[in-house]
Design a protein around this ligand. Structure first.
Ligand code: ATP
Length: 265
């Protein structure tokens, strides 16, 4: 964890900047002017039920369009961009493996992950020159490397649907990383994962952090947030209640009050 994690990232260090974000569902105000910035490392996003965490992720990744406010990622305004454009800009989220892909093997899932392979583009189907062959080879190499990194290499021929919950989370993370992101958004990466695999997932996240990837994740497991995040952002009723180091947030009276009746902070 970085030493100066108590301070918000400086403008130069900011990767993701969100200003005055608002999202309503009819009369419900899900996001009520969210202002925050995220730098490198591991940032946790917490908040009691209904605080707006999922809505916020959906706005960031283009699944919802905010009515007000802006989202700037690596200096580019991505407010209202479509999900594919957001992913292309370098911000990806992990997704549950859909049913169709559950029937495919782990290797096939990994090979299908990177966007913009020549073979996937219309022109690639008939422009099968050397570039196409190189592309195919490097995609396969990267998929195999990724499988090894996540210790899924003994499961390459296994249908994804046969994996345990934790192995599936690793595959989801591997698929997200194959798109070459700068920042990975994780929605409850440890939900339903057994302790052994939980440790493996966290180890991998720290390894990737050391390689320069940034993570923003929502997790209800407060202990995990406190032990593994450099910085924590607390949402409450659609607004940022506070941000700080895990220690600062854990002892903040406003956070304790917001969580009263929810979990022990
Ligand atoms: N599609 C929707 N239609 C109507 N209201 C919604 C919708 N999505 C979210 N909301 C409302 O917006 C508010 C924020 O919900 P959101 O799911 O973003 O919170 P959350 O922090 O992710 O909660 P949880 O921790 O329980 O998942 C809640 O009041 C919720 O009921």
């Amino acid at each position: 964890m970085s030493e100066d994690s108590s301070v918000a990232p400086s403008p130069e260090e900011t990767i993701l900047a969100v200003e005055d974000l608002e999202k309503h569902f009819g009369g419900i105000v899900a996001l009520d002017g969210v202002d925050l910035s995220v730098g490198s490392g591991i940032t946790g996003l917490i908040g009691p039920n209904g605080a707006g965490k999922t809505t916020f992720f959906n706005c960031l990744t283009g699944f919802y369009t905010p009515e007000v406010g802006s989202i700037t990622f690596q200096g580019a305004d991505i407010t209202g961009s479509r999900p594919a454009a957001v992913a292309k800009s370098g911000m990806v989220r992990t997704f549950q493996i859909p049913r169709e892909l559950s029937e495919m093997t782990v290797l096939e899932n990994l090979l299908l992950a990177p966007p913009d392979q020549s073979g996937e583009r219309l022109s690639g189907a008939w422009l099968r020159g050397d570039a196409f062959v190189d592309d195919e080879l490097s995609v396969r190499e990267r998929a195999l490397e990724m499988a090894e990194f996540f210790e899924l290499d003994h499961l390459l021929d296994e249908p994804a649907g046969n994996l345990s919950g934790g192995q599936r989370k690793l595959l989801e993370l591997a698929r997200a990383l194959l798109t070459d992101p700068e920042m990975v958004l994780l929605d409850e990466p440890l939900a339903g994962v057994n302790p052994t695999l939980e440790e493996k997932i966290l180890d991998r996240i720290h390894d990737l952090e050391a390689q320069g990837y940034s993570f923003l994740f929502v997790e209800h497991d407060i202990e995990m947030i406190m032990n593994h995040c450099d910085r924590v952002i607390v949402l409450h009723r659609g607004e940022v209640l506070t941000t700080g180091t895990p220690e600062e947030v854990q002892t903040d009276d406003r956070v304790i009050e917001a969580y009263l009746g929810e979990v022990d902070v």
